[in-house]
Design a protein around this ligand. Structure first.
Ligand code: NAD
Ligand code: FE2
Length: 378
């Protein structure tokens, strides 16, 4: 997989994007209701409107979008071919912007239905993705995740052509994130990094991304949550999240993400919150099969104890995960989120059906194992 995006990063890096806007006739600007009103985003929209004759603003992408949300958004967009799609938002907005970069590229044979059926288009419009959470790393992955309400689950539309031309990591755009969102989306990035690092399809390229991302994340997540105005911690978290996405692009997540899909699809629990609940129990389950990798990750913690042996380090990492989720004040039981024990058979079945990710778990997983992990959450 090639990641050929040009990355712009740093404070005020989008203040002048005239080089990107020059000669463009139709720009599609995709965002959501919480983000469109931020002063820095208003300034960006004004800059685009000044440089480009036709700018269509789609500012109503919902959190955790479904296929029907994308169909509704598409119906608001005239048939004109778009020159540039700009997505500014969390993973929800970025995934929709990535899909629109395929669906507004002027090829009428590419439709939402054909993408859902697995078509791999070869064309898209130029794209710029600007994450406002840190995060999904969507700006570095070939995936767009949609909820499918009829099936009470989520699916991933995956095609490398969706990788953007430009990514901007702009710390001041993430300072307005409420602390609970900074915490849960940060745990999502952590799951991407540690799952890709311990996946059956991990390789030296994805390991490299995972190790850099984990080091940045361990050193900055709690500061970025506690001190939203700390631009250095916020930029480091954007990079950690980006590296998580890059690790996904070259490897793949496994147990946490497979088990979190039904929690998002059926109970509409936000993606990062579902992952936060699952992180420590899932990692405890795979620990025996990933001791060396866990020990390497442990060594990246700022206060790692170098005298521990490999097994002790692996154990200490799982304890760190448990305590981190508590310190970040994220829920750690399913009851807190309205899921009852009698839903277990449904959850187990749905998680096992996420074969795309279950095949990456570094140890065999049975239905009983999945049930036992869910049971620890009640
Ligand atoms: N494409 C991928 O590779 C990938 C990977 C993981 C998850 N996802 C998907 O991404 C989606 C979740 O994305 P997310 O976790 O980034 O959350 P999100 O985009 O749904 O945003 C969560 C909430 O935070 C608000 N928000 C975001 N940034 C803000 C800011 N700077 N200030 C104030 N409010 C802000 C949003 O408006 C929203 O209400 C899910 O649909 C998930 O399945 C995609
Ligand atoms: Fe994720």
């Amino acid at each position: 997989m090639n990641i050929n995006s040009t990355i712009l990063s740093g404070y005020r890096v989008l203040q002048d994007i005239s080089h990107l806007l020059s000669g463009k006739q139709h720009v599609l600007f995709v965002t959501d209701q919480n983000i469109v009103g931020l002063p820095d985003v208003q300034a960006l929209i004004a800059q685009v409107k000044q440089a480009v004759p036709q700018v269509l603003l789609v500012d109503n992408v919902p959190a955790e979008p479904s296929q029907h949300d994308v169909a509704r958004i598409l119906s608001q967009i005239p048939q004109t071919q778009t020159d540039l799609v700009i997505g500014v938002g969390g993973g929800s907005v970025l995934d929709v912007a990535k899909l629109l970069s395929l669906l507004c590229a002027g090829d009428e044979t590419v439709t939402l239905d054909s993408l859902l059926a697995g078509e791999k288009p070869t064309r898209r419009t130029l794209s710029l993705l600007v994450p406002t959470t840190a995060g999904t790393g969507s700006e570095a992955t070939p995936n767009a995740i949609l909820a499918i309400p009829e099936k009470e689950t989520k699916i991933g539309i995956i095609t490398p052509v969706m990788m953007p031309d430009y990514v901007a990591l702009v710390p001041e755009l993430t300072t307005s994130m409420p602390p609970h969102i900074a915490a849960s989306t940060g745990i999502d990035a952590l799951c991407h990094l540690i799952e890709c690092f311990t996946s059956t399809i991990a390789n030296p390229v994805s390991d490299n991304y995972a190790l850099i991302g984990l080091k940045k994340l361990f050193a900055n997540l709690e500061t970025a949550v506690r001190e939203p105005g700390n631009l250095e911690a916020k930029l480091n978290m954007l990079w950690a999240s980006y590296y998580g996405g890059a690790a996904i692009a070259h490897s793949g997540t496994h147990l946490v993400h497979a088990m979190s899909y039904p929690l998002g699809g059926k109970y509409h629990i936000p993606h990062g919150v579902a992952n936060a609940i699952l992180l420590a129990p899932c990692m405890r389950f795979v620990q025996h099969a990933a001791q060396d990798k866990f020990a390497q990750a442990y060594d990246l913690l700022p206060d790692a104890d170098p005298t521990l042996d490999t097994a002790e380090k692996a154990q200490a990492l799982v304890i760190y995960f448990t305590e981190l989720v508590k310190r970040l004040d994220l829920p750690n039981t399913l009851q807190q989120l309205g899921v009852e024990k009698d839903h277990l058979p449904y959850l187990v079945d749905a998680a096992l059906q996420v074969q795309r990710l279950m095949k990456n778990v570094p140890t065999p997983v049975s239905a009983d194992d999945v049930r036992d992990v869910y049971l620890t959450l009640f």
